[in-house]
Design a protein around this ligand. Structure first.
Ligand code: HEM
Length: 292
């Protein structure tokens, strides 16, 4: 991860010498995608197609027809990946999933393999991108807290956990249904109703985090949040996302100590998605390059 990050930062530095850099496209997006593609053995020729279908999954402005066509493309691409790894297994998670054979459950069916790939590659693409995007935004708009990390009084882990609470990278998650009437006290969700889990709102709950719930504060020592979900479906990739984010932030701010937004952060445009909580672009100026 450190090697990938270092290479990406060299590329960012080259872009930034001449001009403003979109740090989301050039860095926040590249690291998680590179990591997940390498883990799953996705080669260069498959990456652009995969990126397009994953972006469309998270874009909630897509028409039903386009979403259907996108789902078909996604199945085609990932069925192709599974077939390729079945024919030529490699040292990657896709091959491991295909070969996994448990005493209790046996092997996964072809359909289960493809669905597992869809879940993991989609989850591994967009989510950590938003975490990095929001953490960089928080740091650049709260310089006093960046100073706390630089002085060693707080850690990049504190930044990551507070960002997860304050700006849940997956703001909402659909496709849950009440299997029975759920009595919440002031409201009953009737059996069969669709439920949209609002992780972003949970992170700002004043009953849990006090009156300052709406503020970004890495010194609050947040112990828990719902950004990775809860219970049996708690995010499988949480340790990977945390490792990526702490590595990326540490190396980014070490490399570019004067990193700053190229225009007022108030002008940042949110993604056109109510699932994905990030910005369309993160235009920054790099300033001094500590590696040069
Ligand atoms: C900051 C980054 C991430 C966030 C905020 C995030 C968020 C979430 C959330 C909220 C859930 C729960 C969904 C539910 O309750 O149904 C979830 C599940 C999941 N996540 Fe993540 N995720 C992140 C990164 C990743 C990564 C990098 C992977 C890649 C391997 C991943 C793989 C998964 C999988 C496989 C599940 C489903 C687990 C299950 O249903 O048993 N996630 N994630």
């Amino acid at each position: 991860m450190e090697r990938i990050t270092a290479t990406l930062l060299d590329e960012v530095a080259a872009l930034g010498r001449a001009d403003v850099v979109d740090l989301r496209a050039a860095f926040a997006y590249q690291l998680p995608v590179e990591v997940i593609c390498r883990l799953f053995g996705v080669d260069d020729s498959q990456r652009a197609g995969l990126r397009k279908v994953v972006d469309t999954v998270f874009d909630t402005t897509t028409t039903p027809e386009a979403a259907q066509a996108n789902a078909e493309d996604m199945y085609r691409i990932l069925t192709g990946l599974a077939e390729q790894k079945r024919a030529r297994p490699g040292d990657d998670v896709t091959s491991a999933i295909i070969q996994a054979d448990s005493d209790r459950f046996g092997r996964l069916t072809d359909a289960e393999v493809v669905d597992t790939l869809i879940l993991m590659l989609t989850a591994g693409h967009e989510t950590t991108v938003n975490l990095l995007d929001q953490a960089v935004t928080a740091m650049l708009t709260h310089p006093e807290q960046l100073a706390l990390v630089r002085s060693g009084k707080r850690t990049w882990s504190d930044v990551v956990e507070e960002t997860l609470r304050w700006q849940a990278p997956v703001a909402y998650l659909p496709l849950r249904y009440a299997v029975t009437d759920i009595d919440l006290g002031d409201v009953v969700i009737p059996e069969g109703d669709a439920i949209l889990a609002a992780y972003a709102a949970a992170g700002r709950d004043e009953a849990e985090y006090g009156e300052t719930a709406g503020e970004f504060d890495i010194t609050r020592g947040v112990k828990q949040h719902l950004a990775f979900g809860h219970g049996i479906h708690h995010c499988l990739g949480a340790p990977l996302a945390r490792l990526e984010a702490t590595t990326a932030l540490r190396m980014l701010f070490e490399r570019f100590p004067d990193l700053a937004f190229a225009e007022p952060s108030a002008r940042l445009v949110p993604m056109s998605s109510f699932l994905s909580n990030g910005h369309a672009e993160l235009p920054v100026r790099l300033g001094r390059d500590a590696a040069v």
